[in-house]
Write a protein that binds this ligand. Structure first.
Ligand code: NAD
Ligand code: ZN
Length: 232
């Protein structure tokens, strides 16, 4: 049999041990704000300074963070597995890249990127973005964080669906299964007969849809799983 096609979906939980708070963490950045005040297009229209400040804080935090054993193990799998390993993340931090992953699909955008709301140009975001900064291409004062906010359409869906439709193994790591369309990927993978595995601290909303659950911290569970796959 040829090497299996693997699709991995990661969420905030994989970065928790690197010090970046998940949605639900008490006392974390997210807990201090209501989603609708910082992570929607309406919030940005109403109070751009609050939204830009929120993402500036998250960018600064992510910039200082280092990857953990789970990020590193996934990069090792991508480099050494004979079949395709498609890595899709809901995270906007760059810890997969820092962990050595070459190809990371950021379906919810990236803190390291700025987007022009006028012409869709993208460029590397400065550590501290300013409200109304000019786009280097069209010069409109329309820079925004390149983040997919609630109510916006996630990036790279065609590529993700193509990978899911060819998946032999689908793994969800550190995601609570609350945010769609990502929460529906497990069903798409099941539909094509893939084996589905959940690795989470607490079972996600959609835990019942997985063939196998490996509970625990990502830095423990992911390296163990990767070694099993690489051992064939
Ligand atoms: P979530 O916060 O809703 O769920 C986190 C999940 O991770 C939970 O199921 C929890 O049990 C699990 N978890 C916590 N610590 C863990 C650990 N050490 N090891 C393994 N699992 C652990 O996160 P989500 O499902 O990714 O959805 C939240 C949304 O918020 C996403 O859209 C994402 O873009 C955004 N977000 C991103 C970041 C980031 O970029 N680092 C951080 C917070 C939120
Ligand atoms: Zn522009």
């Amino acid at each position: 049999m040829s090497a299996p096609s693997i699709v991995i979906l990661t969420g905030a939980g994989i970065s928790a041990e690197s010090g970046l708070g998940t949605f639900r963490d008490e006392g974390g950045l997210w807990a201090q704000h209501r989603i609708e005040d910082v992570a929607t297009p309406e919030a940005f229209a109403r109070n751009p300074q609050l939204v830009v400040d929120f993402y500036n804080a998250r960018r600064t935090q992510a910039h200082a963070a280092t990857p953990n054993a789970a990020h590193v193990a996934i990069a090792r799998l991508q480099a050494n597995h004979a079949g395709p390993v498609t890595l899709v993340t809901q995270n906007v931090d760059d810890l997969h890249e820092k962990g050595g992953s070459q190809d990371v699909i950021h379906m919810h955008g990236a803190l390291t990127s700025a987007l022009c709301a006028t012409c869709d140009n993208r460029w590397p975001a400065p550590l501290t973005m300013a409200v109304g900064a000019a786009c280097p291409r069209c010069n409109a004062p329309a820079a925004r964080p390149d983040i997919v906010w609630f109510g916006e359409i996630p990036y790279h869906m065609e590529r993700i669906e193509r990978a899911l439709s060819a998946a032999d193994i689908f793994v969800a790591i550190g995601t609570s299964g609350n945010v769609y369309p990502a929460a529906g990927f497990v069903q798409m993978a099941r539909h094509v007969g893939a084996r589905t595995i959940e690795m989470n601290l607490d079972p996600g909303e959609n835990a019942g849809l997985f063939d196998e659950t490996r509970p625990g911290k990502a830095s423990d569970t992911v390296p163990v799983w990767v070694e099993t796959v690489l051992a064939g």
